[in-house]
Design a protein around this ligand. Structure first.
Ligand SMILES: Nc1ncnc2c1ncn2[C@@H]1O[C@H](COP(=O)(O)OP(=O)(O)OP(=O)(O)O)[C@@H](O)[C@H]1O
Length: 381
């Protein structure tokens, strides 16, 4: 996709909200638009699906100039996800997801199948959710349906306007991880607006840092932006603690996982306690019959006979996945009382734990490597 000299001048305003923006958005990549409030991120994005008409310039998707295409047709070929999901409250989940396919006149059977396929894709059980109404869902689930709806007609391009802005940080981290896993499979071209620089670093193949008038101050990979910020403005965006920010560049799947002491629901607590002591631990992670983590128990908890007979899932047990960043893992660690965070894989099966030492180690190795090139630069001057 390519924006060429795209400009938006709102009626009665001196300055253009978006002033002559040219940028190339590679197919199959996620491009993040970040910048201060009012700099023109949303206006830029909404010109792509012509919710806002450009005053000047043109937008090409593939080889097609979409600036003169029928806006309704255009919008059906571009997925759109907004903050709070924007589901139709009087439509069921199924009808919400099936909306665009219906407008595209798919037959009823194909729509039904597609709805279930989309629910599966966003990890919601079709039988349980297809007939619910949006108010009967949590914020995170609504947001998942928003993503499912945008993907239903399989558009090559997706626009996401602060899609995870309205959910709590842990849910946001989950939704981000899920979107990244989906993207591994789907390879959509995604333009994603966010206020959150960490989110930009985590989600973006590239980040465009914008200033007023949607002026592109830097457009590069997260890695490059963090190590070579183009200006003071960019640096102010990155803020303090670039080493901490670098944690956002490393994924849980890139570090070594450790084994926690584990036991299963239904096991004998005395046996479990013996095993925990043998390996010199004090806590054990209880898994259910499908290896899904339920809760941590201490050696003292295990003194109660039958303690493992039925183990309810601890609602505060926060999990991360391979897609999560070390920054996410650190967040979870800081809000839980354990020096480790539990990692799960497909179908939420237990895979291991990340230790606080691993994160500290990653931080110090980042500091050494990022100090390298700049030290050399100074020497050459
Ligand atoms: N419908 C409109 N009419 C007039 N001016 C508008 C309109 N929409 C946006 N603007 C102005 O255009 C500029 C860019 O707005 P835009 O919403 O694109 O910024 P943004 O970067 O998305 O901001 P935020 O991060 O606060 O959502 C702002 O100065 C805004 O006041």
């Amino acid at each position: 996709m390519r924006l060429e000299g795209v400009t938006k001048r709102y009626r009665g305003q001196q300055e253009a909200a978006v002033d002559d923006v040219t940028m190339e958005i590679p197919a199959g990549e996620i491009v993040m638009l970040v910048g201060p409030s009012g700099c023109g991120k949303t206006t830029t994005m909404k010109m792509i699906n012509r919710l806002i008409e450009p005053t000047d310039g043109r937008i090409l998707i593939g080889d097609e100039d979409v600036t003169h295409k029928d806006p309704d047709d255009l919008r059906r070929s571009i997925g759109y996800v907004i903050q709070g999901a924007g589901l139709f409250p009087h439509y069921t989940v199924g009808d919400n997801i099936g909306l665009v396919p219906k407008m595209l006149k798919w037959d009823a059977k194909r729509i039904r199948e597609r709805v279930d396929e989309m629910l599966d894709l966003v990890s919601l059980d079709p039988d349980m959710y297809r007939n619910r109404y949006p108010r009967e869902l949590s914020g995170g689930q609504q947001q998942r349906i928003g993503v499912a709806r945008a993907l239903a007609a399989d558009p090559p391009v997706m626009l996401m306007d602060e899609p995870f802005g309205a959910v709590d940080p842990i849910t946001r981290q989950r939704l981000q991880d899920e979107l990244l896993s989906l993207q591994d499979e789907l390879r959509k071209t995604i333009v994603f607006v966010t206020h959150d620089f960490d989110e930009a670093v985590k989600m973006g193949d590239r980040i465009a840092i914008l200033n007023v008038g949607a002026e592109i101050v830097q457009y590069d990979t997260p890695d490059q932006i963090l190590t070579n910020p183009a200006s003071d403005f960019v640096e102010s965006f990155i803020g303090h603690g670039a080493a901490l920010k670098q944690l956002t560049l490393t994924r849980v799947r890139d570090v070594e996982l450790h084994d926690a002491a584990t036991t299963h629901e239904g096991d004998d607590p005395a046996d479990a306690a013996r095993k925990v002591r043998e390996i010199g631990r004090e806590h054990v992670l209880v898994l259910d019959d499908r290896d899904r983590p339920q809760r941590w128990l201490s050696l003292r908890d295990l003194e109660v006979p039958g303690r493992l007979d039925r183990v309810a899932r601890d609602r505060d047990l926060d999990l991360v996945s391979g897609q999560s960043t070390l920054n996410d893992a650190l967040d979870v660690m800081l809000t839980s009382s354990h020096g480790v965070v539990v990692v799960t894989g497909p179908r939420n099966r237990y895979e291991g734990v990340v230790r606080v030492e691993t994160i500290m180690g990653a931080m110090s190795s980042i500091e050494t490597t990022s100090a390298g090139p700049s030290a050399r630069d100074t020497a050459e001057e």
